[in-house]
Ligand binder design. Structure first.
Ligand code: 5GP
Ligand code: ZN
Length: 111
């Protein structure tokens, strides 16, 4: 738990949030400012600042599994996943999270 980290507060229940999916170490919830009809965030409960700070293989696997389980639960088979790492890449919340977006078409490469 890191002070003043919004995702720590969501993940540990300090800010009441509906979880689409939850395990002992991971939560999945809706993004507050969705960029697609479905926009979820997959978040480790432990405060890890960026993908560069993730060095736990079991947790890495749990995060990937949570993507699959959340997609299954919402019955989406086509979706985009994004991890912004660092300010210039667009990271605004410095608690690791994986975006899952679905329900519209995406172009590649993204702007
Ligand atoms: P980033 O730009 O760091 O990759 O993404 C941060 C994401 O977190 C943004 O899409 C933003 O809308 C979302 N977000 C920021 N604050 C909150 C919040 O308090 N609750 C939820 N559910 N999402 C948030
Ligand atoms: Zn945090």
């Amino acid at each position: 738990m890191s002070d003043n980290c919004i995702f720590c507060k969501i993940a540990n229940g300090e800010i009441p949030t509906d979880f689409v999916y939850e395990t002992q170490n991971v939560v999945v919830f809706k993004d507050i400012n969705p960029q697609a009809p479905i926009h979820l965030l997959v978040v480790p409960k432990k405060h890890i600042e960026t993908l560069n700070d993730l060095n736990d293989e079991k947790l890495s696997a749990e995060l990937i599994n949570a993507i699959q389980q959340a997609a299954k639960k919402l019955d989406i088979k086509e979706y985009r996943t994004v991890i912004n790492t660092g300010k210039s890449a667009g990271q605004e919340v410095f608690h690791l999270h994986i975006h899952i977006m679905a329900g519209r078409s995406f172009t590649w490469p993204a702007g």
